[in-house]
Design a protein around this ligand. Structure first.
Ligand SMILES: Cc1cc2nc3c(=O)[nH]c(=O)nc-3n(C[C@H](O)[C@H](O)[C@H](O)COP(=O)(O)O)c2cc1C
Length: 162
């Protein structure tokens, strides 16, 4: 099994490296993985979430024929987040939503501009469809959120054990 990841500000890379350390599976960023892993390798794909879209998942599906599990790194965790990710991205594999870090300061160019749009969208979505920790997450937007933690890998680690 190998780990393939796509990151923007580094949270997904952190999770990929943590998971690699815990499992012994080699981890590589997608552009590197394409060159060094074979196409039929068993893969855990990890991608950051942008406007509901699991970044790099579609591309990874085109290259790797044996994706076994998927982790979406975004603002939310839990069943609701997983259901949304699954539906929006047509994920057929085991799926885990992991909370990442968020900081406007770490964003560049286009992503910085998209953020104000995203916050607006998120607020209206959360009104209709409340998520656990939503208030905390929204309030923390100004100062940034640091949610990468080993605990969040428990779901995928127990899935791997079974
Ligand atoms: C432009 C933009 C759009 C985002 N859209 C979402 C989203 O729809 N849902 C979500 O849960 N998180 C969203 N996020 C938050 C990121 O997924 C989160 O900060 C994640 O930790 C980034 O991972 P990375 O550090 O590996 O790049 C968005 C962030 C940016 C910059």
């Amino acid at each position: 099994m190998k780990i393939v990841y796509v990151t923007n500000t580094g949270s997904t890379k952190q999770y990929a490296e943590m998971l690699s350390e815990k499992t012994g599976f080699e981890a590589a960023e997608f552009s590197e993985a394409v060159k060094s892993f074979s196409a039929d390798e068993e893969i855990i794909f990890m991608g950051w979430v942008m406007a509901g879209t699991l970044q790099g998942y579609k591309e990874a599906k085109e290259v790797f024929s044996n994706i076994r599990a998927v982790c979406g790194v975004g603002l939310f965790k839990g069943e609701k987040a997983e259901k949304e990710l699954r539906e929006k991205n047509a994920v057929t594999e085991a799926l885990f939503a992991l909370q990442g870090n968020f900081s406007v300061d770490r964003l560049k160019g286009m992503y910085k501009m998209m953020m104000s749009m995203m916050i607006k969208m998120l607020k209206s979505k959360l009104k209709e469809n409340p998520q656990p920790d939503a208030d905390k997450v929204l309030a923390a937007f100004e100062t940034g959120v640091e949610c990468v933690s080993e605990e969040n890998l428990e779901g995928i680690l127990s899935w791997l054990e079974n």
